[in-house]
Unconditional design. Sequence first.
Length: 266
Amino acid sequence: MAEKKADIQTPNPARRRAFRSVSMNWLLPNMLTIGGLVSGLTGLRYALDGKWMAAVALIVLAAIFDTLDGRMARLLKSTSAFGAALDSLSDAVVFGVVPALCLYLWALQGSGNFAWGTALFFAVCILLRLARFNSELPDRPEYTQSFFVGIPAPAAAFLVLTPIVADHIFQVKWLIDETTVSLVLIAVGAGAVSTLPTFNGKTFKVPSHAILPFLAFIALLGAMVAMRPWIVYLGLAGLYFTSLPISCLAYLRRRQNFRKRQAASE
């Protein structure tokens, strides 16, 4: 009896899994996020070498990347769960861990456990703030659409690094004191996890009659950045700080008007 040959099952080409490709519209926002992550981590490298202003500049560059990636994703209609997760993880490292380590290396190294604890406090607060942001309900009331809850992570990193920039310009001894730096870390970290309403800029619009003056102001700001970048840095930090009580008042007024309209409609 002839021996039967074993049946060899060859894969059906039609059943092979098709290669999935992604468009550049999906890649571009994630490339910006990766660019921000690389910038922030390179800033930490410069901090380890004692090049503080280069470290701050790269963290600012990472904040610019972070501002652009979300807007790019919405513009190209390529938002995804992957991009949101990548952005959140990048923000935790670049705006939480890296600034805390920079300040620790700059002023708190060798100052004891309390100084290290304040650096940890800031980093943990940024992570908690990002976790709360990711878990916020998408259908919030209309009056809250123009506001963040607490200081956003990039702005917190921007504010917490102001002692380094101020010391570079003014060279005042108390700016590098461990007590001053620790208080800044605690205050900004607490602001990040607070329920303080802060402007998010998403609904900002320029009136048609003010377009040319606005563009002229942007040109002036660009010239100032080119000539005196660190003075502009402190000026923007001061403007953001002064905007906090204004945002609170605007939030309370919009909430009051919203509740009045609700009561009138019932």
